[in-house]
Ligand binder design. Structure first.
Ligand code: NAD
Ligand code: SER
Length: 317
């Protein structure tokens, strides 16, 4: 029987790109997009879409049954910066959504689950440079606590209920097709749009705040690859470290200036600085490479080139 995929959170930064890639790989009608709000027009026009509040387990079950869903990619969440403003709501959404999906797999209604974790599982006591897969995880943000708890539950459902769930600790993701939804790494997308439109940007992180980042196509490739890997090769059922590149706002601005010489950056840190300061500078990801052949393609230079070229076309300049 044909596998049917449900993407929950298809209107967000990752969902917008992931749905398109899944549809081109598995066929438009086999990928059902869903979100609490409508997705972009391309997604709405190219295949099935359902309005879904993922905390409503009854509606989720109905959609899964209606479309005979076998695989779920659960992307709905409240990200780090927004979660600090609405801690209880964020905890409830980030955890309840995961339980609702894992329970469908536990009851053998679906076969496989993808759920993303984050660099936010690390905290101020974690080593900053080349942060290891197995190390101190003492997050001090609501979002990070929910991601760490989620990782533990994924592993628990795998061990206890044989649930086939896989996960990646995404770094900050940067792409030109969609906008970020309230995280701490959002500056690294906004800066490109402002550089092209206004030739200036004020960063809410200081110039030397280095964070792990990744170009969106690397993240999408990693997601498809881990889902397609034979289950026996997946040795980590909490979540895998994956690394792309690392840079700070000053280094990113310098690289952008090589395309837009009169671009100016200024700095005015806000509450997101404290979140960023608790996260690693870079990640060590040899286990993902060894177990399922992960390899990033984009360094900062290549990422900036792609962003500038594509946004220039998008803004018609
Ligand atoms: P986003 O905020 O852009 O998108 C989240 C989507 O979830 C939104 O479209 C929103 O409408 C939807 N949503 C919110 N509440 C919902 C509900 N009750 N029911 C259904 N949908 C609901 O987030 P994103 O950047 O696309 O992130 C997707 C996942 O990847 C999240 O789990 C996030 O934690 C994780 N992640 C993202 C990044 C990143 O840099 N973007 C990095 C690490 C991890
Ligand atoms: N990019 C995400 C955030 O900043 C990391 O999970 O919240």
């Amino acid at each position: 029987m044909q596998d049917k995929i449900l993407v929950i959170g298809s209107s967000g930064q990752i969902g917008s790109e992931l749905v398109a890639e899944l549809r081109s790989n598995y066929g438009d009608s086999n990928v059902i997009a869903s979100d609490i709000v409508a997705s972009n027009q391309i997604i709405m026009d190219s295949g099935p879409f359902e309005i879904l509040d993922v905390t409503d387990s009854k509606r989720l079950y109905e959609i899964v049954k209606k479309h005979e869903v076998t695989h779920i990619y659960l992307l709905a969440a409240i990200l780090s910066a927004n979660a600090e403003k609405k801690p209880k709501l964020s905890w409830d959404l980030n955890m309840q959504s995961l339980f609702n999906v894992l329970d469908l797999a536990k009851d053998k209604i679906i076969k496989k689950v993808f759920w993303p974790s984050s660099i936010a599982v690390f905290g101020p006591n974690t080593e900053k440079i080349k942060t290891q897969q197995y190390t101190i995880t003492e997050p001090n943000t609501v979002y990070g606590i929910s991601k760490l708890a989620g990782e533990r539950w994924c592993e628990y459902y795998f061990n206890k209920h044989n649930v086939d769930v896989v996960s990646l600790r995404y770094p900050g993701l940067i792409g030109w097709k969609s906008n970020p939804g309230g995280g701490t790494t959002d500056y690294a997308v906004h800066i490109f749009h402002e550089a092209i439109k206004n030739k200036k940007y004020t960063s809410f992180l200081t110039k030397d705040t280095t964070l792990p980042m990744m170009y969106m196509s690397d993240a999408i490739n990693a997601t498809l690859k881990i889902m397609q890997t034979d289950s026996g090769k997946i040795k980590i059922r909490s979540s895998y470290n994956i690394a792309g590149c690392s840079f700070n706002p000053e280094e990113l601005a310098n690289e952008i200036q090589s395309y837009i010489p009169d671009f100016k950056i200024s700095y005015n840190k806000d509450y997101r600085q404290k979140i960023a300061d608790s996260w690693p500078d870079s990640l060590e990801d040899s286990l993902a490479k060894d177990h399922w052949g992960w390899q990033a393609e984009y360094n900062m230079r290549k990422l900036v080139k792609e962003m500038i070229e594509n946004l220039h076309k998008k803004y018609n300049c």
